[in-house]
Design a protein around this ligand. Structure first.
Ligand code: ATP
Length: 255
């Protein structure tokens, strides 16, 4: 793809598509990745393609819960790695937690490629930051290669996880989780923090805290909020979903 001028109104969207197309060619994504992205794009359009104040409050709540957790984990799939891998690594470095690559359609090749992509992003970030930050970035462990854990309540490949990661975590940040797995993780007593542009998805409605925002924007914002050391609150997740739906219904006023 040629250079897109900064003034192009769809620049961010076109760049995200280009990144995913390239990653698809390189074998990092499942075939359904584009469909999932397309569903997200449609909701983002209706949400005005920006982080709402309501989403910002949810991001802050997630930051607080991750900082207060005993065993926090950030779980990444293909799309989140490609679109927001660097943001996730920077957030994990501040929290001091590992990242687990955990994908629905698990193949050894894709797992290897996604883990390698995150390791290479770590190196790139480390080359741009001061010594102290560099140490915390390089300390972010990328889990997932060792499928020695299980999400109880699920069957087959979707139940596979890392024992040191998702299985032993009390707070799981899983951007773009699927509804069944979200339910299973909540049923295990874990706090499940998700990023989902669709406020009506089963994931969005089941999670402990739902950030209704685009994943790269949300995780970029989280980095700043983590540094403010926020405290968890008594969270009403229905309220954040209703606020997102209000923004969507108000979108008719933009015409
Ligand atoms: P559920 O099982 O939770 O009802 P689903 O079947 O609607 O989910 P999936 O196909 O599993 O959805 O995953 C796609 C989800 O991810 C959609 O809800 C979509 O809005 C969301 N999504 C896609 N891309 C992004 C993105 N870049 N940022 C945030 N959310 C996204």
């Amino acid at each position: 793809m040629g250079k897109i001028p900064d003034s192009h109104p769809r620049k961010a969207s076109l760049l995200a598509r280009a990144k995913l197309t390239q990653a698809g060619r390189e074998g990092l994504l499942a075939e359904s990745a584009m469909i999932a992205h397309g569903r997200g794009e449609a909701f983002d359009y209706l949400l005005g393609e920006k982080t709402s104040d309501s989403a910002k409050t949810a991001i802050k709540e997630c930051a607080a819960r991750l900082l207060a957790a005993k065993n926090p984990i950030v779980s990444m799939n293909g799309n989140t790695t490609v679109l927001a891998g660097k943001q996730a690594i920077r957030a994990a470095a501040i929290i001091g937690c590992p990242i687990e690559v955990n994908i629905y359609y698990r193949t050894p090749e894709r797992m290897e490629k996604l883990i390698a992509a995150l390791e290479s992003m770590k190196e790139k970030i480390a080359a741009e930051v001061d010594e102290e930050t560099k140490a915390s970035v390089m300390a972010v462990e990328i889990l997932g290669a060792n499928a020695d854990g299980k999400i109880d309540g699920l069957e087959g490949p979707r139940s596979i996880c890392s024992r040191k990661g998702i299985e032993s975590a009390d707070v799981v940040l899983v951007p773009l989780e699927d509804g069944d797995r979200c339910e299973a993780l909540v049923a295990l007593g874990k706090q499940v923090l998700v990023v989902d542009l669709n406020p009506l998805s089963r994931t969005a409605r089941t999670a402990t805290v739902t950030i209704v925002d685009e994943v790269a924007r949300a995780l970029g914002e989280m980095e700043e909020l983590l540094l403010q050391n926020p405290q968890p609150t008594d969270w009403d997740n229905q309220k954040t979903l209703r606020e997102a739906l209000e923004i969507i219904s108000d979108s008719s006023k933009r015409i």
